[in-house]
Design a protein. Structure first.
Length: 158
C-alpha cells in the first residue's frame, strides 16, 4: 500500500511542499520557499517620505524606478541592493522588525503566525489575484523617474 499524497495547493510551485509556510519556521525555509512567499503586490517598493518636522513616514504614490509597474516585480532583482542603496532585503532575520511592511505582506503574516489570504498565489494558484482581489497598487503608482521631487515639495500646502 502506498502512502497517501497530500493534494497540491493550486499555487504551490513544483518542488515545494504544499502549505510549507504553515508548518515550517521562517528560519528553516529554503531560499526558494522564502522567495515564493512574495505575493508581488509591490507595496514594499512604494517610496516612503519622511516629514522632517515630525519624523512621521507616509506612503507616496511613487515607486522605485526598478519596479516594473505592469508585473509589479523588480526589473533587476538580483542587483537591487547594488542599484538602490536603501533597498531593504526582507529576510527571516529582520522581517519582524520591519514595521513599515504592509499588514497584508505574506512575509509579515507568516512571521507572526498567520495564514496566507485566499487571494495569495500559493493558496489560489493565480499570481494575478493579488492585483484583482488583494492589496496591489498596480495602476496607482508612477515611477520615481517620472517625478520632479522639488516640484512636488513646492506644491504642498503649509
Amino acid at each position: 500500500m502506498s502512502p497517501k499524497r497530500r493534494p497540491r495547493l493550486p499555487g504551490t510551485p513544483a518542488g515545494l511542499e504544499p502549505g510549507f509556510w504553515r508548518t515550517k519556521p521562517l528560519e528553516a525555509m529554503s531560499p526558494e520557499e522564502w522567495e515564493a512567499l512574495c505575493d508581488g503586490c509591490g507595496l514594499c517598493c512604494q517610496i516612503r517620505v519622511e516629514d522632517p518636522d515630525t519624523g512621521e513616514t507616509a506612503l507616496s504614490d511613487v515607486a522605485c524606478r526598478f519596479l516594473d509597474l505592469c508585473s509589479h516585480r523588480c526589473r533587476d532583482y538580483a542587483n537591487r541592493h547594488r542599484n538602490v542603496s536603501d533597498c531593504v532585503a526582507i529576510t527571516p532575520a529582520n522581517v519582524r522588525d520591519l514595521h513599515w511592511l504592509p499588514h497584508s505582506c505574506a512575509y509579515r503574516l507568516v512571521a507572526f503566525g498567520f495564514d496566507l489570504p485566499a487571494w495569495h498565489h500559493l493558496v489560489c494558484g493565480d499570481p494575478e489575484a493579488v492585483h484583482t482581489r488583494g492589496p496591489s497598487m498596480r495602476g496607482e503608482l508612477v515611477s520615481e523617474d517620472e517625478v520632479d521631487w522639488a516640484e512636488e515639495a513646492l506644491g504642498e500646502e503649509c
